[in-house]
Design a protein around this ligand. Sequence first.
Ligand SMILES: C[S@@+](CC[C@H](N)C(=O)[O-])C[C@H]1O[C@@H](n2cnc3c(N)ncnc32)[C@H](O)[C@@H]1O
Length: 189
Amino acid sequence: MRDTLSDRFRFLRAFVAHPRQVGAVLPTSRWAVRDMLDLADLGRAGLVVELGAGTGVQTGEVLARLGPGARLVSLEIDPGLAALLEGRYDDPRLTVVCDSAEKLAAHLGGERADVLVCVLPFTSFDAGLRRRVLDLLPAALAPGGVLLVLQYSPFIRGELRRRFASVQQTITPWNVPPAFVYACRADPA
Ligand SMILES: C[S@@+](CC[C@H](N)C(=O)[O-])C[C@H]1O[C@@H](n2cnc3c(N)ncnc32)[C@H](O)[C@@H]1O
């Protein structure tokens, strides 16, 4: 899993340019990424979708856990970060899309994800954008699928509970700041 000084600098630069869009000054720590991805069985997933890929801390670890015939679609709205991802991973299973998570359905062409990995800055989104993105998540999941969400506050928990029958929360302290991680499923636990 890569998290180099130069990645941190690029991430910080993206934050300075668009603070509300990036929502954090540092990429997620490798420990928090592992805690988050451990909540899903990526080895059995056929299609994984990532929303807000940043410098790719989840991207690389998802690819490491995916099976050979599986696919990962990573959406990132910042063109500089999307280009970084595109150049970094020479893996035919990965498709990088530079677009907003709001356009997710258009990029899935009717397919649904077994695992959705979401590290979007919901707390700094305006209310309309937050609602539009949250509303499209349940329909983007395949039956039996799981949505993984990482946030820096529990603010989003109620919104997730309104949309998913099962919302499991863990807190990973090995991150600055400590991260709240949610695993959400359509079926009750
Ligand atoms: C908190 S950062 C997380 C980055 C990375 N996943 C990590 O954990 O370090 C949020 C990322 O979401 C991206 N982003 C913000 N709004 C977005 C949107 N509407 N659609 C897709 N990506 C978005 C930002 O550019 C940023 O890279």
